[in-house]
Design a protein. Structure first.
Lengths: 388, 498
């Protein structure tokens, strides 16, 4: 049903969901809230976009022969007579687009389930390009969009992303936690910030370097949660070096910054140096942390005490304040897009799981949620709920 | 475990009859509440009898079954020409039917064995159309393993494979048996096959359960990933307000007297303490019924700390646990799901514990105040217990359950809905309080496969009698859950390399 277009031509139109001033004449456009019992609702605006706590989910459609904009009707409904939902309907050329959104009450915060049904009313195949403008700082994986350490979108299939890469940055699903560490000695301010690989996800940074080049890499760590050693050992992997397991608390103490030196090399010659902090297998706390990364020219052999104090920053070719103000994603903001082919008189359906009310959407491979079970959960909870 | 005829709650006929009698006795015989201060909270509901067996979920469980064979007659190749296909297929059909009946499972066993591609395709279509909770296949020739492998990918439901000895080599099972969504019983022991049925039923019990999560001041409801269990949060003070309306009914007196009568010894609790504990038990049943819930976990320590109730709920929780109703402590949600696992899968209560390292003897002490007594199974005689107060507050009634020395135990703990810690050990002794501090049921364990007791993972792990490691691991695999174990050896030194 869905395949890539070889060429997307001509008229690029912002799809009409965002045109609040355009009404369909069948009824006044309005916004509709939807949620689950006793939880903050999400809202579908009159233009069909969905407002979440992280931003707006507003699809765009471009394609040959598609109108630039058009009327949208939005109404509330109840799926299976029970589940509150919002529905937006629009018609663009031969395409009838229906967006249905409901809240599934997943633990702990809920997931908004948004299904986009694109019906081709003509007797000829149609094609379109569906876009998802992403919020600043969003990072697109194969099946997820991460933002602020959360999965804000789970995608129905791998997506094409126009994002350009930066020279360096984080390339993972870890969570920036500025101010988490509380170093109690003089040190570089970067030791106050971390990224944490919540639920055991790795922390991964990539740096553009000359192909096959060598570097002295220093990693900085400061444990400020645990009071006794053995709780959070972290496996540090720097390309070109053997993995190193370190327990920051055992090595330097609580609230004490420390640094380790690695003789790194772009071993596979791809022009990217990969640095990662991973959970130590069997560790009581599986969430790795990392505070800072310095890259120095090979052979610098920097004095680690001076690095910790921030006095070698000027010599460093790169310095990443991991989780801090100067941290950055490897990817520049952009738009994720699908090329969609809709058969003659056929329908294409795409379902997105959306992190709602501060929560994360289900992570493919780690979650068992499906469209069916999300819907079942919504039906059962709404069916049995009674206000008190 | 024997199930009684009129419900599927894993409890005994004796228990059921006892409570039916208690219900009759209670009707119309309402006593006076000890401290009725919140009369507005549905006093009428608080006085009627709630049969405990109605609180356990009774889900419909559907399994499709099929026998897989090669076209007859057999010639060479296992199970061999001498293998009596008709006899064993009849036997296994009969055993499957008996297990299904015992466990309350609707088994749809295909009349004719699958023996060609046409039959295979029909089976796949049938399963996809009917969406049973699992598919069971019985292998009757080694050449059927290709179908088994394809089924694990094609049907989209958990696959239970029974391979009677003589129908597989290790090579047939080594990979498939470790695939998520698959359970292989390569055995002649029917108990190993029936275990698969129990696993499917346990999952359905999770899916049809609602946990009442009593803490904070909000109402709300969510559903857990993987398990499908609903979690309904209600404000903490719902419990104490309701408790205040519960009178000392005949049921309350009966429950209190029963707890004292069967105790090996009573140390601190007074008769009034026992009555209050029984009121907590009745309160819990009423709240469960009212909220359509099947298990609970409550911020009990917070309530006791705020002196909102005259007794911690420990004894009430022990009794509910013995009756197959999970009652967890400290509003620990995944402690509660861990308790539910032993109840639903293993047919016995467990208790969530605070783990303590006994460094001199290198033992793990597992300690809490709410151990069930029917630790060998809901249908088995209870373990002896001593009635104590709740040690941290010196209030109410809790049980010091005396666990049998030398017996194996399993520790299970959900770290989230998709991951379990599973460890095993053996009971060394019961720890007295005093001289020890801490909780009343306090049991020393020698851990298996863990060199140092300090390395045992988790907190509030649920301790259950018997070594159930393989069964729990298999259940987890069948439903795509991750299993971790405590490390065999102490964590590596701070730096392992460089």
């Amino acid at each position: 049903m869905i395949r890539r277009m070889a060429l997307v031509m001509g008229l690029a139109a912002l799809f009409g969901w965002m045109a609040m001033d355009r009404m369909d004449g069948m009824g006044q456009a309005k916004s509709v809230e939807f949620g689950s019992p006793a939880s903050p609702p999400s809202r579908m605006d009159a233009d069909g976009s969905i407002l979440e706590d992280w931003g707006k989910l507003a699809f765009t459609i471009t394609g040959e022969g598609l109108a630039a904009a058009g009327p949208v009707s939005v109404e509330g409904t109840k799926l299976e007579g029970i589940v509150p939902a919002a529905v937006a309907r629009a018609k663009r050329g031969p395409l009838e687009i229906t967006t249905t959104a409901f809240r599934s009450p997943t633990y702990p915060a809920g997931t908004d389930v948004v299904t986009l049904a694109i019906k081709n009313t003509s007797g000829a195949p149609a094609s379109a390009r569906l876009g998802l403008p992403l919020p600043d700082g969003a990072r697109v994986g194969r099946r997820t969009v991460m933002w602020g350490g959360r999965v804000i979108l789970t995608l129905p299939m791998p997506i094409e992303v126009d994002a350009q890469k930066r020279e360096w940055g984080s390339d993972d699903d870890s969570t920036p936690m500025p101010g988490w560490s509380r170093p109690d000695v003089e040190c570089d301010p970067a030791f106050r910030n971390i990224r944490a690989g919540m639920n055991g996800v790795p922390i991964v940074y990539k740096f553009s370097v000359p192909n096959g080049s060598s570097h002295d890499v220093v990693l900085g760590l400061c444990e400020s949660h645990w009071e006794s050693s053995g709780m959070r050992p972290v496996v540090l992997k720097v390309e070109g070096c053997p993995a190193l397991t370190v327990d920051p608390l055992a090595k330097w103490g609580r609230h004490k910054p420390g640094a380790l030196l690695f003789a790194a090399k772009d071993e596979n010659g791809d022009g990217t140096l990969v640095v990662s902090a991973l959970p130590s297998p069997g560790a009581p706390d599986p969430n790795p942390i990392l505070n800072a990364i310095w890259l120095f020219p090979a052979g610098t052999s920097p004095n680690l005490e001076q690095v910790v104090l921030g006095r070698m920053n000027a010599v460093a070719t790169r310095m990443a304040d991991v989780g801090g103000e100067n941290d950055q994603s490897l990817y520049l903001p952009g738009k994720a897009e699908y090329n969609i082919a809709i058969p003659a008189n056929g329908v294409v359906e795409l379902t997105f799981f959306v992190g709602a009310a501060g929560g994360s959407a289900p992570m493919p491979g780690k979650s068992a949620w499906t469209l069916d079970t999300l819907r079942k959960a919504a039906v059962e909870v709404n069916r049995d709920w009674k206000e008190k | 475990m024997e199930n009684h005829a009129h419900c599927d709650c894993c409890l005994t006929r004796r228990q059921c009859l006892k409570f039916a009698g208690s219900a009759a006795m209670t009707t119309g015989l309402v006593g006076k509440a000890l401290e009725p201060t919140f009369g507005q909270a549905k006093p009428a509901a608080a006085t009627d009898y709630v049969p405990v067996e109605t609180l356990r979920p009774s889900p419909a469980v559907r399994i499709t079954g099929a026998i897989m064979q090669m076209p007859r007659p057999y010639w060479l190749g296992w199970p061999g020409t001498t293998y009596d296909l008709d006899r064993f297929q009849k036997l296994y059909r009969s055993q499957a039917a008996a297990s299904a009946k015992k466990l309350g499972i609707a088994l749809d066993m295909l009349a004719d064995p699958i023996q060609d591609e046409q039959g295979y395709a029909a089976l796949v279509k049938r399963v996809k159309d009917q969406k049973p909770d699992a598919l069971q296949i019985i292998i009757q020739h080694m050449n059927c393993w290709g179908w088994a492998d394809r089924l694990s990918r094609d049907v989209g439901v958990p696959l239970l494979i029974f391979s009677p000895i003589g129908t597989s080599f290790t090579g047939h099972v080594i990979g498939l048996s470790r695939r998520p969504g698959v359970l292989i019983a390569s055995t002649l022991e029917w108990a190993g096959v029936e275990a698969g049925f129990r696993m499917v039923r346990a999952k359905r019990l999770f899916e049809e359960s609602r946990i009442l999560w009593i803490h904070g001041n909000q109402r709300g409801e969510t559903v857990l990933d993987h398990l499908g269990t609903k979690v309904r949060q209600i404000p903490r003070d719902t419990f104490n307000k309701y408790f205040a309306t519960v009178p000392v009914s005949a049921e309350v007196k009966d429950v209190a007297a029963d707890g004292r009568r069967h105790a090996k010894k009573i140390v601190e609790p007074t008769p009034d303490d026992s009555l209050n504990s029984a009121r907590a038990y009745v309160t819990a049943k009423h709240l469960l019924r009212e909220e359509k819930a099947n298990a609970l976990s409550m911020d009990c320590l917070g309530m006791v700390g705020a002196k909102l109730v005259p007794t911690p709920p420990c004894f009430a929780w022990t009794r509910l646990q013995d009756e197959g109703i999970t009652a967890g402590c400290e509003a620990d949600l995944f402690g509660a799901t861990s308790l539910m696992l032993t109840s639903y899968l293993l047919g016995r209560p467990s208790y969530m514990n605070d783990p303590v390292a006994e460094t001199h003897k290198n033992l793990l002490i597992v300690s809490h105040c709410t151990s069930g007594t029917r630790i060998a199974g809901f249908d088995m005689p209870p373990a002896p217990y001593v009635l104590r107060n709740h040690s941290e507050s010196a209030l109410g009634v809790s049980t010091q359950v005396l666990w049998p020395k030398g017996e194996p135990v399993t520790l299970v703990r959900f770290t989230g809905p998709g991951e379990l810690i599973v460890d095993t050990g053996r009971v060394v002794s019961n720890v007295e309080t005093p001289p020890a501090g801490g909780c009343r049921t306090s049991v020393e364990l020698a851990m298996d496969d863990i060199e140092d007791c300090r390395d045992v993972m988790g907190f509030h792990q649920c301790v259950t009698l018997g070594n159930h490691k393989r069964e729990v691991e298999s259940w987890a695999q069948l439903y795509g859950l991750r299993v971790v174990h405590s490390p065999r050896y102490a964590p590596q030194p701070a730096e392992a390399a460089a």
